[in-house]
Structures are given as structure tokens and as C-alpha cells.
Design a protein around this ligand. Structure first.
Ligand code: PHE
Length: 330
């Protein structure tokens, strides 16, 4: 009986077949087990304990067999359903793309490349010579205030040979110095990268942002060259069919003389691009150039500002919150 019932339970391929087998063997009224139990009454009294024991063994065995058969059927069924429902609609795969700032940087590099400027990189951790001193920013200058810069005490301890305090660079003008120290004139470079200032984040400020720095040093370079390079750059980036105009407003930077703020015409008004000017003779001397031989211009523009204007983004913080719903629009 035990072997027979076991075979039936294992053979059942769906719950209906299993139910038939259950009724046949374990059924409370006429199941074969129940009939066997009734038969126990007719057994000789001497054999009764052994028969009763055997009956209980078979009963336990059959109940366990039934349960495992039931489990096999229900779990098997759901696994098959999940894996093979070919009627479900497909899920569209999400394809990533470049961050809007990266896109802006790439197209800036591409445009300036066409104008003959090579892109170079400099370190984000700088010493005071490259961030200030060589750029004609003396120790007493307010731009060196510890409250306006991220000085790095821990990096200081790690870099054994560091003789000057280290800080996160506050401007990409540092790269001008590094390039001129390493190469004799003429130079014609741009540098794009992150800069850091301890500003409280709001719609137009963020403690980290990007600048594009341009530097051209050669014989006889003038403000007119500066203006036409900036105009060509803005024309290529924003212009399309509209004619782009560049406006200079007098300004001051320790490392340029004269210095200007750069605006470009934009939707009927003027849009601030950044600062520029003729490289100060003190800077040329600091890197071993002869200001009587060569002159140069430099400019530094805000990458976020350009990117935000281009896309109509009104809050710089949105660029760095990594919200895909925002980023996937660009
Ligand atoms: N470095 C200046 C800034 O951070 C911008 C600038 C660069 C001005 C080059 C003049 C020349 O504001």
C-alpha cells in the first residue's frame, strides 16, 4: 500500500490528479488507509501491537509524501509562470548620456581646438606659488583670506616635500603659470577644470564649479586679438545665424593689466561671461619670460554659467543633485 500510494503522489502532474490520489489513499471515509485501519480490528490480539505500529508508520509516511508532492506542484507552477510569460510588454532599457557640464566642456574644447588652442590640465590641489604668488597676488591680498579658500591641512602632512601651504585651486589661472614655467613662448592653450571656493550654495553659487581658462603669449599680441578670439568662440558656441558682439567693461585682476569683464549680447541684453585681460608683466617675469619680447592675453570664463544660459537652467544646484529626471532632459 505504501509504495503504491507513494508512486501515485509522485506521478501526479497537476493539483487535480493529486487530489484524486489523496482521496483514494488518505480519504477520511473510503481511503485505502482508512480501510486498513478498520481491518486492524480483525487482527489477532497477539499481533495487534505490531500491526498498530506498522499502520502508524505508513500513515505518517503517506502524509509526508502527499505534502511534498503538493509543494512540488505549487512552487513549480509559479516559477514557470514568471519565467515564461511571453505576453508581457517589454521594458525599455534606460540609456545614459553625458552630463550637461561634460557636454559643454567637450564642445568648448572642440571650438577652441579649431582656433588653434591646445587643451591642457593642471592639478586641483595647488600651492600658494601657482594659485597666488606667481599670479601677482601678494600675501596681503584679500583673495588669499583663509575664509575665501579651501586650505588643506591634511594634504599638507601627506606631501612631505610641500614647502608652501596647499589649497584646492580657486581659479584655473594656476595652469597659466604651470604651462609657462614648463614651455618657452609662444603658448596657445586652454585649460578646463574644477575650481573651489567656500561659497554657500544658492541658485548662482556652488562651492565647486568649472572654468575655462585661455592663454595666448607671443610677439605682438594685443587686446584686439583677445576680443576677436572671444567673439569667434561665442559665435561658434551660441551664435548660429545671429551675429555675436563682445563687450569689455574695465575691471581689475592682479595678473592682467589692463583687465576687463567680458559680456556677450544675449537675447536683447548682455550676459556676463567672465574676466580677461593682457597678461601682467609681473606674471611674465615670474615664469622667466621677457615682457619686452612677448605679450599675451588671458581669459577665464564660467562653464556653468554658459551651460545654464544655453539650456535655460535657473539653479546651479540642479546640475549637481544627480536627479535623473533633471539630467535626462539634456
Ligand atoms: N581667474 C579669474 C577669476 O577666477 C578670471 C580671469 C582669468 C581673469 C584670466 C583674467 C584673466 O575670476
Amino acid at each position: 500500500l505504501a509504495a503504491e500510494a507513494q508512486a501515485q503522489f509522485t506521478a501526479a502532474t497537476d493539483s487535480a490528479a493529486l487530489e484524486v490520489a489523496r482521496v483514494a489513499y488518505l480519504g477520511a471515509k473510503a481511503g485505502k488507509l482508512r480501510l486498513a485501519q478498520k481491518g486492524l480490528g480483525k487482527v489477532d490480539s497477539g499481533d495487534k501491537p505490531a500491526a498498530g505500529k506498522r499502520f502508524n508508520e505508513v500513515k505518517t509516511l503517506l502524509e509526508a509524501e502527499f505534502e511534498s508532492a503538493q509543494e512540488r506542484l505549487t512552487s513549480g507552477k509559479s516559477a514557470v509562470g514568471e519565467a515564461f510569460d511571453v505576453t508581457l510588454p517589454g521594458r525599455r532599457r534606460r540609456i545614459g548620456h553625458l552630463h550637461p557640464i561634460t557636454q559643454t566642456i567637450r564642445s568648448m574644447k572642440e571650438i577652441m581646438g579649431r582656433l588653434g588652442f591646445t587643451a591642457v590640465e593642471g592639478p586641483e590641489i595647488e600651492d600658494e606659488w601657482h594659485n597666488f604668488e606667481a599670479l601677482n597676488i601678494p600675501l596681503v591680498h584679500p583673495a588669499r583670506d583663509p575664509l575665501d579658500n579651501f586650505y588643506l591641512e591634511s594634504a599638507q602632512k601627506l606631501v612631505a616635500e610641500a614647502t608652501s601651504p596647499l589649497l584646492l585651486r580657486s581659479q584655473t589661472s594656476t595652469v597659466q603659470i604651470r604651462v609657462m614655467e614648463a614651455t618657452p613662448p609662444p603658448v596657445r592653450i586652454i585649460s578646463l577644470g574644477r575650481v573651489y571656493r567656500p561659497d554657500t550654495a544658492d541658485a548662482t553659487h556652488y562651492p565647486m564649479f568649472h572654468q575655462i581658462e585661455g592663454l595666448l603669449v607671443d610677439r605682438g599680441v594685443t587686446m584686439a586679438d583677445l576680443k576677436s578670439v572671444l567673439r569667434l568662440f561665442c559665435q561658434s558656441y551660441f551664435g548660429g545665424d545671429d551675429e555675436v558682439h563682445i563687450r569689455f567693461r574695465p575691471s581689475f585682476f592682479p595678473f592682467t593689466e589692463p583687465s576687463v569683464e567680458v559680456d556677450m549680447n544675449w537675447q536683447g541684453g548682455w550676459m556676463e561671461m567672465g574676466g580677461a585681460g593682457m597678461v601682467d608683466p609681473n606674471v611674465l617675469r615670474a615664469v622667466g619670460y621677457d615682457p619686452e619680447e612677448v605679450t599675451g592675453f588671458a581669459f577665464g570664463l564660467g562653464v556653468e554659467r554658459v551651460c545654464m544660459r544655453q539650456h535655460g537652467i535657473t539653479d546651479i544646484r540642479a546640475l549637481y543633485q544627480n536627479d535623473v529626471r533633471f539630467l535626462e532632459q539634456f
